[in-house]
Design a binder for this molecule. Sequence first.
Ligand code: MN
Length: 264
Amino acid sequence: MTNGQQNSVLSQLMEELSAERIRVVDLTTSLGPETPVIDLPPIFAPSPGLTITEISRYDAHGPAWYWNTLHLGEHTGTHFDAPIHWVTGKDLPENATDTIPPRRFVGPACVIDVTAEVEQNPDFLLTPARVQQWEATYGRIPAGAWVLLRTGWSKRTSREDFLNVREDGAHSPGFAKECSQFLARDRDVLGVGVETVGTDAGQAGTFDPPFPNHTTMHGAGKFGITSLINLDQLPPTGAVVIAAPLKISGGSGSPLRVIALTPT
Ligand code: MN
C-alpha cells in the first residue's frame, strides 16, 4: 500500500469524525432483563429474554473485578437475523453469523419514513409502490443497501405498547410480501432494519406464507435487524450503517451494536 492510499478516504473519515462533520449515531436499544422478546403462539417454543447473573463485583468472588453471566436467546433486543434463521435460507452458503463475509455488515442506509402512516394504522405494510414513491424523491435504492423502515415505533417505550398484543395477536408494522420480494430481488439490498421486535409485521403469522419478510429475505441470503432506535436522526440517504453480529459458530443471529455514520 502506498502512502497515497493510506492518506485518502480513511484518514479523511477520521478527520471528519474529529471535526464532528460526521457523527456516530447509536441505533441500538439497551439490553437488559426487561428487554421484550417476540411473542409466538404457545404451540411454538419461546425464546428467553436476558437473564444476567453476577459472577463477582470486587468481592469475595473476585476482589478486583466485576463480570456477569448472560443467558439469552440469540434474537433478543436489537439483534441481527442471519439467513440460516429461516428454513428458506438453511442451505445457502455463508448463511450464519460466523460465515457471512464481514464486508456485508457495512452498507449505505436508505431510511423510509412511514411514521405518519403508522400513526394512522399500526398494521401498516410497506409496499413496492411506497418504496418507488420514496425513490422518486431520493433516488433508486442501490444494491447492497440497508433499507431501514422508520415507523416511530421505538418511541413506544413500555413493553405493552411496544409489543401491542391484542386478543388476535400483535399489531405492528412491517412489509407486504411483494415488497420484501421487490427489495430482495429487484434492489438486491443487504437486508432490512426495523424499529419493531421482528422484521415481519405483528400479524404476519396469519399471512400467506406466514412471516413473508423472513421467508423472502432469508431465502435470498439477506439479513434483518430489529428493535432499532434513533432512525429519526438519520437522513433518508447518505448515512452508512455498520451491523456486525457476534461470531457465534453456526449462529442464527445475535444481539449487536448497530451504529450509523451520518453527515451532520
Ligand atoms: Mn430475529
